[in-house]
Design a protein around this ligand. Structure first.
Ligand SMILES: Nc1ncnc2c1ncn2[C@@H]1O[C@H](COP(=O)(O)OP(=O)(O)OP(=O)(O)O)[C@@H](O)[C@H]1O
Ligand SMILES: [Mg+2]
Length: 459
């Protein structure tokens, strides 16, 4: 269980955060004194995360971080503060804090932040040992600064009813973001209705959206409610909105402006009570210029624009996503893959991901079905991923006649890698690691000492 230390001189805040995080199953230690927090950290209590106030009477939060860094390495810090100035925030982030939030904060956003900080921390080492955890399928994953910005934005806009336009390349997670907005808002109990506007011919799209009255056209044998009506109290997600024909664009614009719709063949005006979120992987500005998309509709939809960056612009998310997908497919495929080798991960990090997160997910799933060892190996990755990444076969080093090779150094490096790998596999248990390497315990200890390898924290 992950252990979190909370420091805040405000008792109610302390209680609140404790309550919230205990519900999420973390082990919590709390104190209202900066000094005591520092003592706890220095006493080697091995916290996975510190959540700290910035201004405390006895010890400033930044001082706490500085002092903690000296001893205990790299515990992530999240600051909670009522007085965020950009300077303190920047200072905190420069010192290596994970993030900061200002009071009052969104509970959901905060819980995500905690989760991400813990995840980032445990991902520090390159070959990861995974503990299985329940995967929520529509959970947004990623801890790159670009994704953090998106989480913050979601937190800010979720409580409102403003129309949102999500843009981004295919597979970047637009639908997930739409769901996250819905789930974090006051309409979360209501329906989330998703319509792919590209999948319907014009007339059908219109009747899907607005519904119709019996007899309004051939085939309309009954009255039918449209999706605007079905989404009452919830969210209507219009995916691929750039595919909409001009005629339907006009009708959608009118509906959004008047906040009312009329069924095809109907006279009654029906008030809209749904939040509208639209998404597109086209460049709508360009489509406007080309005369394919109405500018006025664009502005109606893009009251709040969100651009999801492609995966290649946030490579630091790759490792987090890989871990998430390994967990997910361990459950789906009943596998027990424990992680990924450094070489394979490095391929994934170098590849340019034209299909974004969706492509990454497929690659991981495929590799896992093929993998027979505990870790995903380079040769389970598709040819194009390996090639584009310029991956080398790292089993035998290349060397030329002129340069030669420092065999001693090479062997030492290899020995180090293999011992580290064995320690990883043995979760830090040296007796077990020695067994794996078919060495005596003493011999392993001796080699570790010579190579200056420290025992990794057992996980
Ligand atoms: N940040 C993320 N965390 C976890 N999973 C993600 C993330 N982004 C995308 N995915 C996964 O990748 C797949 C594609 O995501 P999604 O359908 O939301 O993309 P999209 O942008 O709507 O793509 P398209 O434009 O092709 O419809 C889904 O399986 C989704 O679960
Ligand atoms: Mg989509």
């Amino acid at each position: 269980m992950e252990h979190i230390l909370i420091v805040d001189d405000e008792p109610s805040m302390l209680e609140f955060i404790e309550y919230m995080l205990r519900k999420d199953g973390y082990e919590i230690t709390k104190t209202h004194e900066g000094r005591e927090a520092l003592e706890l950290i220095q006493a080697g209590c091995n916290y996975d995360l510190v959540i700290s106030d910035l201004r405390m009477p006895d010890l400033d939060g930044l001082e706490l971080l500085k002092a903690a860094r000296k001893g205990e390495g790299d515990i992530p810090f999240i600051y909670v503060t009522a007085y965020a100035t950009s300077e303190t925030a920047i200072e905190a982030l420069k010192l290596g804090a994970f993030d900061y939030v200002t009071k009052p904060f969104q509970v959901e956003e905060f819980r995500n932040l905690v989760k991400n900080a813990l995840m980032a921390h445990s991902l520090k080492r390159k070959v990861k040992v995974l503990e299985s955890e329940r995967i929520q399928d529509n959970q947004l994953i990623g801890i790159s600064p670009l994704m953090l910005e998106i989480y913050k934005l979601i937190g800010t806009i979720a409580p409102t009813d403003s129309t949102v336009l999500i843009s981004g390349e295919s597979g970047t997670g637009k639908e997930l973001v739409a769901r996250a907005i819905h789930d974090a808002g006051h309409r979360r109990q209501g329906p989330f209705i998703s319509l792919n506007c590209g999948a319907f011919p014009e007339t059908l799209l219109e009747s899907e959206l607005f519904g119709y009255m019996k007899g309004s056209f051939t085939g309309a044998v009954n009255d039918k409610k449209g999706l605007f009506q079905m989404a009452v109290g919830g969210t209507l997600f219009l995916d691929e909105v750039g595919e909409m024909s001009p005629a339907v664009q006009v009708k959608l614009l009118r509906a959004l402006q008047e906040k009312k719709i009329r069924r095809i063949g109907g006279t009654e005006e029906i008030a809209i009570d749904a939040r509208v979120i639209a998404a597109t992987n086209r460049n709508l500005e360009q489509e406007i210029e080309n005369g394919n998309f109405r500018e006025d509709l664009y502005y109606r939809l893009a009251v709040i624009p969100i651009r999801i960056p492609p995966l290649r612009e946030r490579k630091s998310d790759v490792v987090t996503l890989v871990r998430h997908f390994i967990n997910k497919y361990n459950q789906r495929l009943h596998r027990e893959i424990r992680g990924i080798t450094e070489a394979a991960l490095s391929c994934l990090e170098q590849y340019h991901w034209p299909g974004n997160v969706r492509e990454l997910e497929n690659v991981v799933e495929r590799a896992m079905t093929l993998e027979s060892t505990d870790f995903i190996q380079v040769d389970r990755l598709p040819e194009n991923v390996r090639r584009k990444a310029g991956a080398r076969d790292n089993s035998i080093p290349l060397f030329s006649l002129r340069e030669g090779l420092d065999l001693e150094a090479y062997l030492q490096k290899t020995e180090r890698q293999l011992i580290e790998r064995a320690l990883e596999l043995a979760q830090g248990n040296q007796t077990r690691a020695a067994e794996i390497l078919k060495l005596s315990y003493r011999s392993l200890r001796h080699r570790m000492k010579t190579l200056n390898i420290h025992k990794p924290p057992s996980s």
